[in-house]
Ligand binder design. Sequence first.
Ligand code: TRP
Ligand code: ZN
Length: 885
Amino acid sequence: MAASNPDAVYLKDYQPSAYLINRTELHFDLLEDCVIVSSRIHLLRISAPAETASITLNGEEMELLSVSVDGRKLEEEEYRVSAKALVIYSIPEQCVLACETRIRPQENTSLSGLYKSRSLFCTQCEAEGFRRITYYIDRPDVMSVFTVTVEGDLQRYPVLLSNGNLIETQQVANGRHSAVWHDPFPKPAYLFALVAGNLEYIEERFTTMSDREVALRIYVEKKDIDKCGYAMRSLQQAMRWDEEVYGREYDLDIFNIVAVDDFNMGAMENKSLNIFNTSCVLCSSQITTDLGFQRVQSIVAHEYFHNWSGNRVTCRDWFQLSLKEGFTVFRDSQFSADMGSATVKRVEDVSLLRSVQFAEDAGPMSHPIRPESFIEINNFYTATVYEKGAEVVRMIHTLLGAESFRRGSDLYFERHDGQAVTCEDFVLAMEDASGINLQQFRYWYSQAGTPHLSVQDDYDEAAQCYTLHVEQSCPATPGQAKKSPFVIPLAVGLLGEAGNLPLRLQDAPADTDTGDNTHRVLTVSQSKQSFVFEGVTERPVPSLLRGFSAPVSLHFNYSSQDLCALMRRDGDGFVRWDSAQTLLARVIFAVEQQFVSGTAAILDQLLIDACSDLLRDESLDPAMVAEMLRLPGEEYLAEQASQSGGANVDSIHQAREWVRSALGQALAPLFLQRYQGLESHLAAATEATQIADRSLRNMCLGYLVSGNRDNLALASAQYRQATNMTDRQAALKEIAFYAGHELRASTLDNFHQQWRHEALVVNQWFQVQAAIPDSEGLSRVQLLMCHADFDLGNPNKVRALVGGFVNQNLINFHHLDGSGYRFLKDMVVKLNRLNPQLASRLLTPLTKWRRYPDRGELMRAELEGLAAEPALSSDVFEIVSKSLQ
Ligand code: TRP
Ligand code: ZN
């Protein structure tokens, strides 16, 4: 490993900055081979004067041209420049520090700092990208008022944008022009943004709750101008929703969104100048699937919500990242639930949490939502900080109730407006506003790992008492051997023959909150605890963890009959779905066992009957039926299997495919009937019902093709007749996965021909092919990497093709000859130089080597190989070294 391994930073070492920066003035001279940045920062020392008044500024990958203090140019012996910093040995208590630097955005492939995305200049400063633009105190608790001048060629860069309000524009010599932007709100450097290029925009107005007019603009390349309408509507919905639900109003006269092709994540909440990955803005039914539309809506909302949860109130340090991300994900999930089906949204969120976050929390990168240390902060934009963080906020919402929670959020925003604060400040505001003690609840912030909740029951018929015995435990995680008990809100119901029973909890007042006496939230706070229900007239089936009331893994010894009962009749939509998933997973594992032991596989008749009932019941929401019929993913199944001994990807894949095919055969007439029925119904329906119908219809198509390859004719017809990308892509996927060579090749070719001018669709084309689970999996991907449309510099393409392969093509990635692992290692070596953030994210599947007893050693060998590489980025170094510990 590299001689100078990067050091870890610790939360316990936090010290406030010795200096404030009251004002920041920046001037950018945009040239064709470089950019000259001139900065003037107004410094004020706030700590007691140290012996020497030296200052250290962050700065990387730049060339210092000159530095002056209060107008006097410094001599070379007055400062020192290293690879990561500028140290000035002595400066006055209050002064203006001016630096002139040269940077090369044209050569910046890391997409952090100022870079070029094709002909466009753009920035990404979170978390620590600003230090690649100019020397600065680049930390979120240093907040400053920015004034920014951008100067560039008028033809090439007619649009010049930065944060805040446009103060003036000017023509200057040599066909150049400039624009001055001023942002009145003090902000940390990570929220700074600059965009320059040849863009068009759509504009709408929004009138806020106190009657202020805001201009909303979305900037895109001219060719994409007709694909911005949905993002604009989503923005307006989000603005209204935040006023109505949180009382939060927008605070400037202008709100801009810019879409760029090359972007490391989904989007960024820079103050009044959000920068988005094109994949999270551009939409039309021709190029975007229904899932894609949903993603645009939720990400537009997410970034907008950050204006309060993140920007007006920001983070003191990066250990507090979940303060803004967990809260904002919670807010955007509430918003999406309100805009569509709340249960479907919950099901999608929980599926993601269980397959990605639970795995992360069970692996070498396991960390609390507020980590205690990190080597590279970019590695902590994780499912734990975001999704588990949102679950923690949701639990506070559940424990306090909606009204107290709102009082808590009001207090938080009011108390800390303009400040950089901590997770502790958030919890305190919630406690102060509600009077509820959250002392023990705080373990959710400091302890990593997924708690196990094991429940047993007891029914005393004579006394008509039903008891739930609850036990919690949490596995050890790196650095945390022993855990204290968590506070776990456990939402429950009791299902009797005729429906959910009224609940009377012993020694507890009636739950007045909901008005529904068949639903109750138990608060579990000890390692072992029992809850007694009185007046229970029959032995019930417990409906547990309703709505997924806590991010725990729940164990109750349900019979398959119990699961079917919950699936059919429970009052909680989430539990109905979850019971179906448990049953499906159980059946898949049973079939896997049958394969392993060489006995003939048979499909459980209970499952067939339950699925048949689901398909017959036309009163159910088709979207929910589709979710209940969706087989648990291979990734989730592998994680489950590893909890009880070890996972075998091949037999899991086989068993899962077999179950789908057997179910497809057993219920073929029903699947066909629903498939055809939903089609005729589609044209007249509203948008929401159309989406739900398409979802079930395409689920039926999948089962039909799995059950009988002759049904590929249906897929082919659907492919040709599709009027939208959802149906077209669903059909394409069936053909790509299951058709013979000829039909597959001609369909994929047709798709490419038709859509090769739409980069986002070409990505879908790459992704579908990357996931094909046949014996040519890897060679197909390697061939596609040489395709003219592939580009290693574009993260969307890399994620589609390489990410699609390593995350969605499990049997090929895990091929026993180790070729998939070697491929990923080679990709990571290449990307480590180009784009460390991307390299490090792609690496995730290799970190799970302990899950696979039969091939973990092969995976570990590639990690060792990576560790031996020279010049590892801190991003890749951290993941590799922690995975090997
Ligand atoms: N704050 C962004 C969000 O809303 C995350 C983000 C965007 C990001 N770009 C990034 C994080 C680059 C790290 C690096 O979730
Ligand atoms: Zn965010």
